[in-house]
Each structure stands twice: as structure tokens, then as C-alpha cells.
Design a binder for this molecule. Structure first.
Ligand SMILES: NC(=O)c1ccc[n+]([C@@H]2O[C@H](COP(=O)([O-])OP(=O)(O)OC[C@H]3O[C@@H](n4cnc5c(N)ncnc54)[C@H](OP(=O)(O)O)[C@@H]3O)[C@@H](O)[C@H]2O)c1
Length: 280
């Protein structure tokens, strides 16, 4: 999606993937910086490690406790920090100092996708969230930040859901957070577990304890396959559904804007993702 976006904007940039062992993360970041990269995306398991490795944390990375985007910056003679790309594009001389700036675009990705793909406005809603891993925690905190009224959390390892609930309780005391299944209808059900990624995976919830007739909209953070077992049963139950493609898209669009300073061509990026992931 990034290469399609660079092409659409006529930018002579390129996005490439590298597999990096956690033990080499510090060296990999320094290497990319030395080679004049504009920035990086980081994924599992680097997002938490990077928190302690970048020079400056943006408010987004501090708030969500993870870094998924780094921008390399330089300090000019005037003392102002700018993206290193600006030093190449504009004749401002070479930077005298360099730094790494860490951001998080994942959290914004989920809320933009919920609005765009499901038409859900989160303020005042009741949400049932399955999963308290990396994605589940970020989604839970973002939902609380957006002002959901009640949040029901479940996770295979219950202690992780308890930890997330305690964090929400401290940071967002206005949100009622319950660890366990809802006993009344909810506005939105979100799957943030990895159940549904593999063929033959079980459903991420027990339908004997919660009926899909009790929910209006269902979001599955998984985007491959396009129709997960949860989405299939939710569609059969008449719920509005969306998969996680929009979440992937919007975290990428935000990162694109952080690196380039240009508005992301979101439609081009979505098209590139669909072609690449679904082949259509
Ligand atoms: N659309 C996007 O852009 C996007 C971005 C990030 C993640 N995701 C998706 O979100 C999901 C979670 O990713 P993550 O980064 O949070 O991974 P993670 O940190 O490894 O968390 C995995 C989650 O799945 C649960 N889980 C795994 N196997 C299970 C099983 N057999 N039964 C019940 N629960 C199980 C884990 O429970 P325990 O805590 O008990 O292990 C945990 O809640 C993945 O499917 C990933 O593809 C999508």
C-alpha cells in the first residue's frame, strides 16, 4: 500500500520489509538511520521493545505504550528538528544532529476503521472485546479514550484482561469496565484474538453464553481470511460486519503522513491492499 501511495504522489520512495531478530533491533534502527532511511514501521514483537530504543516518544506512543512507526529526524543550524527527507529536498545543509522519533498509529487506525467500515460512533456505546494481547490492549485503551460507556473484556489468559481493565480503571475512570461476558445487549463486538487466522480455528467466543442476536455490529481485527468464522456467523445472524483491513489501512495511512508530510491517498492504498491480500 505504501509503494502504491508513493507512486500515486510521484514520490521516488520505496517501502521494503526486513526480518529482524529482537536482539538486533537497536542495530537495525541505527543501520536504517545511517543509510538515510526516512522512517520505519515495526511489528510484533518489536513494538514494545522500541519504546526504550527511540530518542523521543510522540504523545501517541506514550499514550498507547508501543511504537509502530519511527521517523528519522535531523536538527538544522536553526536548531529545529525536521524529517531527514526535508534536508535532502531543500537546500538547508546537512543536519548537525540526528534523532529517532517514535509514534503509534495503530490505535487511531482502529477507531477510523470502526467509523468508516461500520458507521460506529464509539462515544456512549457498550462494547464486548475479545482478546487482551498486543492488539486487544491497544484497542481497549483506544475505546476507553473515545468514551465508550461500558467495556466487557475476555481473554483466554484472564489475568491479562484483568491487567487491561485495571489500566483503564486508572486512566479512564468514567468507563465502566467488566472482565467477563455481557449479560445485556451490546452495540459492538470486536475480536482481537488470533482465533480465526488459521483454517479450522474455533470461534473466539462461546455462543451459548452470548448470542449474536444481542449485538448490532461485529468487527474482526483479522483481515486474512476476509471472512473469518466469526464474521460468517455474525453475517448469518444479521449483524453488520467488517474485517481488520481498514485497521491495517488506516495505521498505514497515518504512518505515511508522518514520514512524507503529505495527505495519504487512502483510496489508492486500500485498492493496493485488496489486490495484494485478496487478489481482487
Ligand atoms: N488489522 C490489523 O491491522 C491488525 C493489527 C494487529 C493485530 N491484528 C490481529 O489481531 C489478532 C491479535 O494480534 P496481537 O498482535 O494482539 O497478538 P498477541 O499479542 O499474540 O495476542 C493474541 C491474542 O489471541 C489470544 N489467543 C491466541 N490463541 C488463542 C486460542 N487458541 N484460544 C483463545 N485465545 C487465543 C491470546 O490470548 P492469551 O493472552 O491467552 O494468549 C491473545 O488475546 C491477530 O489475529 C492479528 O492478526 C490485526
Amino acid at each position: 500500500m505504501h509503494n502504491a501511495a508513493f507512486a500515486a504522489l510521484g514520490l521516488d520512495w520505496c517501502y521494503v520489509a526486513f526480518e529482524v531478530a529482537p536482539v538486533s533491533l537497536r542495530t537495525a534502527i541505527a543501520g536504517a538511520q545511517a543509510m538515510n532511511f526516512s522512517g520505519l514501521n515495526l511489528t510484533v514483537p518489536h513494538k514494545l521493545l522500541a519504546l526504550g530504543l527511540v530518542d523521543v516518544l510522540d504523545e501517541s506512543a506514550r499514550a498507547w505504550g508501543a511504537v509502530n512507526t519511527i521517523r528519522f529526524e535531523g536538527q538544522g543550524d536553526d536548531g529545529i528538528w525536521r524529517p531527514v527527507t526535508e534536508f535532502d529536498a531543500v537546500d538547508r545543509g546537512r543536519p548537525t544532529q540526528f534523532r529517532t522519533h517514535g509514534f503509534n498509529t495503530d490505535a487511531e487506525g482502529i477507531s477510523r476503521s470502526l467509523v468508516e467500515d461500520l458507521g460506529v460512533s464509539l462515544t456512549g456505546t457498550r462494547v464486548f472485546l475479545l482478546g487482551a494481547g498486543g492488539a486487544g490492549r491497544a484497542i481497549a485503551l483506544r475505546l476507553a479514550f473515545e468514551g465508550v460507556r461500558e467495556l466487557f473484556l475476555t481473554n483466554r489468559t484472564a489475568s491479562k484482561a484483568e491487567e487491561v481493565a485495571a489500566e483503564i480503571h486508572t486512566r479512564f475512570p468514567g468507563v465502566r469496565v467488566v472482565v467477563g461476558y455481557p449479560t445485556e445487549p451490546v452495540d459492538l463486538l470486536i475480536n482481537a484474538t488470533s482465533l480465526g487466522l488459521k483454517p479450522g480455528d474455533a470461534l473466539p467466543l462461546d455462543l451459548a453464553r452470548f448470542s449474536l442476536s444481542e449485538v448490532r455490529a461485529v468487527y474482526d481485527a483479522i483481515y486474512r481470511p476476509a471472512v473469518t468464522p466469526l464474521i460468517a456467523v455474525a453475517q448469518a445472524a444479521g449483524c453488520k460486519t467488517a474485517n481488520g483491513l481498514g485497521m491495517l489501512l488506516h495505521q498505514g495511512a497515518k504512518a505515511f503522513e508522518i514520514w512524507t508530510g503529505c495527505p495519504a491517498p487512502v483510496a489508492v492504498m486500500r485498492r493496493a491492499l485488496e489486490l495484494n491480500i485478496y487478489g481482487r
